[in-house]
Every structure is written in structure tokens, then in C-alpha cells.
Design a binder for this molecule. Sequence first.
Ligand code: PLP
Length: 412
Amino acid sequence: MSVLAKHTQGKGGPDKIFRISGMAKARAAEVGKENIINATTGAFLDANGQLITMKTVEEVVKTIPFRDSAEYAPIEGTKGFVNAAIDGAFREYRPNGFIDGVATPGGTGGLHHSIYNYLEPGDTVLTMDRYWAAYKSICRECGRGFDTFVSFDENNKFNLPALKEKVEELLAKQDNLLYILNTPAHNPTGYSLSEEDMDGVLDVLKEAAKGGKNIILFLDVAYIDYAGEKEEVRKIFKKLSGLPANILTIVGYSMSKGFTLYGQRTGAMIGVSSSEEVIKEFADINQYTSRATWSNINRPAMRTLATIYNDAELLAAVCKERDDYYQMIKARADIFTQEAKECGLPMLPYVAGFFLSIPAKNPDAICEKLHEENIFAVPLAAGVRIAVCAVPVRKIKGMAAKVMAAWKAFEE
Ligand code: PLP
């Protein structure tokens, strides 16, 4: 029996990633934790399988008076936080134009508001065909459609012609287009758009905007702090300067990974436009939607970010810790990538980040076969996602060959 309203019936069911992670834990209880590889979870774990947290962040959190933590925060976020989020996202590469931010519970909150406020019911969101599954869930929750383009061509290059075709197709049907672009260190492939790719994307959007319809580019930068050299990866932001007024960029900034505060649910949506009016409207409407959904967000986490960005020493300490952790993930990914090359296992182009992906037509069968080797990974629509963030170097070694054996069983 269901007592749900019709529009919401049929949603839900267990989350695939948590289900497989649960299987890995059950197997670990049988054969010992050391004997399994749990490459499912999107949290960064150390060599002992413990969640990595940052000492500097922990110390700052502990200095916050309890009364301050307990108080309500302004709906739009504290000023100090919003400014720190804008600084943290752009650093030296702040685009020219009008910029404002609204606090959100993680990057997820900004995605929700963007999908809800910039598309009509029934309109369709566009993203890559390799994507974070929550995008689709949020679209469904908001009554918006979801479509993808083939992200990489046959040479594993970012597929601009496919993007252009889909942009044109959707704009023929709707007045606003929302394109979610997760870069750098994309989940699930680890791809980061090059400057050339980004120029190509903006050319496609500018050309499409000439028709007078509105384009919203949602840049999901959830993994930016693990994407490599921090100045280098931010160069793409400068390119957001001087876009036509009917192209709004929204940058989804999150403290979840960069400050290892996943559970504190803190982030910001940052709007960039050449039109002051569009940015005023952005701030007004998204605050309104916050009031009408979760109200205000986590005050102590906001204060933590503001404190760190107002103290050069604290900021340097956070950057140093993060760089060490980046090197840890890189070492894991480098080994997997090298071994994959040696055994001929195909991989989508990995640059940096928590995940890498193996393209496959039968991902479920491959993942099930891997269970025989006590390896747990996530089957996606057209591939297998491996969370290098969760697997220590000693377990990564030899893993690619085992994945290759399972891949061969179904793909050749
Ligand atoms: N975007 C991508 C691609 C992600 O993988 C995640 C988290 O896993 C997020 C955004 C946002 O996470 P949060 O809401 O915790 O900031």
C-alpha cells in the first residue's frame, strides 16, 4: 500500500553505491578487512581505511564558541563565509563581472536551486554521459528532465561536437538551457577540461546564446582542491569574464572534500554575470528558495571557512595538508593507470581526483565477477567506477590486472 501523492510514487529504493559498499563490509566481516578492496565509497580514506580529516580544520572548529555555533545563520550565509567561498573558489583567477554567492548545504544545494529556479517544469538538464547519479535524482525530484551527450569521442577527446548538437536540440525545445559541467577532477572519470576544451565549451554556448535564449552553465567544482596545481586548474575561471548577459555561470563550491567536512553540509552557489540585474536576481531568488526548503545552513562550518581565509597561516596550513593528500591520491591513481596500460585495460581519460572509470558495456556483470576476487566497485551506465580515494597503495597494486580479467570475460 502507498499513501504517497502520485507525483512521488515509484521513487526511492536503496542507493546503489551504499548497497555495494554494504556488501563489501559484509564480505570484510567474513574474510577480514585486509582481504577485500572496497573501491565504492566517495570519501577519502587513509591506508587503514579511516576517514581522512584535516588537523587544521579540526582545530579551527574547536575554537568556535558553542553559543555562536548554536545560533541561526543568515539565510544567504554569513558575509564572511560568502566572501571566503568566492576567494576559495577563484583565488587569483576571479572573473571580471558581477559576482555574488548564496550559502547552500554542500554543492548539492546549489544544484537543487539551479535546476529548480532556472528551468521550467518539464525542461531538460544537460550533462556528460558519465555523471554523478545525484544530478538525475535532483532533476526527477524537481520535475525536470535529464539528458546527456557522449562525453568523449573515439580518441578519448572531450566531445565538443556532441555537446553542440545537444545544446541546439534542447534550445529548440526550451527557453533556458542548464548545462552541468563537473570539472576539474570529474566524478566518475577524473577528467579535467583543458583550457582549450573550456574555450570550446564557451564558444558553443556563446554561439547558441546568439539566438536570444538563456544559458546557465553550472560549473560543479566539488573536487577542485584535489585537481592538481591549484593556480593552474583555476585558469578556466578567468574565461567566464565578459560573457553575454544571457549566459549566467553558477559555480557550485563545496567544503565537503576540500575541507573534509562532508557531514557538515556546507557550500555556496556563486553566480557570475556581466549583468548586475541578473546577479541581483540570482541572489534574491536563491535565498528565497533556501528559505522555502532548508532555511539557513551550518553556522560553525561557515565560520570555519571565514576564519581560515582571514588568516594567512591557517590557510597555508590547510593548503599544505591538502597538497599532501592530493599526492596520496595521485600515487594511487598513477599505479592503477600504469598497470592498466601494461595489461591493456581501457580507461577513460583520468587527470586527477577521487575516481577513475573503465568503459564497459556490461558493468554489472564485471562488478559481480570482481566480487569473486573480493573487489567491490560501482557499475555505472556504461562503465565501472573505481574510487581510488578509498583504496590504499598496497591494495591498488595488482588491481588493474584483476579488473582486466573480469573486463575480458564480458567485453571481448
Ligand atoms: N558534485 C559531484 C560530482 C560530487 O561527486 C559531489 C559529492 O559527492 C558533489 C557535487 C557535492 O557534494 P556535497 O553536496 O557534499 O558538497
